[in-house]
Design a binder for this molecule. Structure first.
Ligand code: DX5
Ligand code: ZN
Length: 268
């Protein structure tokens, strides 16, 4: 599972410090939310910030353009060395042409769907993209509540990807915290964007470690510790490799047993 903290929730007075924090964390990508005040009812930041961040970020940049006519920015974004360029299907008239242009410019093309846009809109483009970004909130603001119907939408997208043999990753964006992350991961997501829950955590780096611990790649089962957080638990969780089990509460004995490979029943 890939974790992409969204810089939108960072402390903008100290962006350099925030990017360094992500560089040193277990996060995989850095997600940049660009808003134009027209496609969405908010303005965030533009190229002066993207270019400055790109110079210091060690993590691949996952750029989410919530702007009208995003195709006009392909070359400039490519010059920043962005890994992914996410464009909204709702903002592009000739999607196939734009996806090809993004790839030709050296970036990985990704298409984004608002909550009310159905998965079937992707039928004829899914083979050509490297990622689909499903919005689990209406785009424009951080800190919103996860829309529960996204879980079923992820399942529908996963079916489309399997049916067509596409290699597209599924990324989910909005209202992600360690609880919604579990539901989203189980439904078939590959990557998660998390703004508020990472940057506004008391210790953002520790939060990224906790995400990494609960979202281990290709686990058969997921482990949920509702009060995770003590160092001993994290150390033990780091050694686990299994399972198909949900545990409520934390318990060192339980974790020790888990590491020894013994199947457990649910604990209090
Ligand atoms: C919303 C943005 C999201 C946002 C996520 O328009 O696309 O990336 O920053 O923020 P949280 O995690 O706070 O919902
Ligand atoms: Zn985003």
């Amino acid at each position: 599972m890939i974790l992409a903290p969204s810089l939108l929730a960072a402390d903008f007075l100290h962006i350099g410090r925030e990017v360094e924090m992500v560089n040193e964390s277990d996060a995989d990508w850095l997600h940049l939310d660009v808003m134009d005040g027209s496609f969405v009812p908010n303005i965030s930041f533009g190229f002066p910030v993207i270019e400055a961040v790109a110079r210091v970020s060690c993590k691949p940049l996952d750029v989410h353009l919530m702007v009208e006519r995003p195709e006009q920015w392909i070359e400039r974004l490519a010059a920043c060395g962005a890994e992914f360029m996410n464009v909204h299907v709702e903002a592009v008239r000739h999607l196939h042409r734009v996806v090809e242009a993004i790839r030709s410019a050296g970036m990985r093309p990704a298409v984004t769907l608002c909550p009310a846009t159905p998965v079937c809109m992707l039928e004829d483009i899914i083979a050509d993209v490297d990622m689909v970004l499903l919005m689990s909130v209406n785009p424009g603001f951080g800190g919103q509540k996860f829309i529960p119907s996204t879980v079923e939408k992820i399942e529908r997208l996963r079916s489309l990807i399997e049916r067509t043999g596409s290699k597209a990753l599924i990324e989910v964006d909005g209202g992600i915290n360690r609880e919604t992350a579990l539901a989203v991961a189980r439904a078939g997501a590959d990557a998660l964007v998390a703004g508020t829950s990472v940057f506004r955590a008391a210790d953002p780096q520790a939060e990224a470690v906790k995400y990494a611990a609960i979202l281990r790649p290709k686990v058969d089962v997921l482990i949920l510790l509702s009060h995770m957080g003590d160092d001993r638990d994290m150390e033990l969780l780091g050694k686990t490799q299994l399972f198909d089990l949900v545990i409520g509460g934390h318990n060192h004995v339980v974790l020790d047993t888990l590491i020894n490979g013994t199947l457990l029943t649910q604990t209090g």
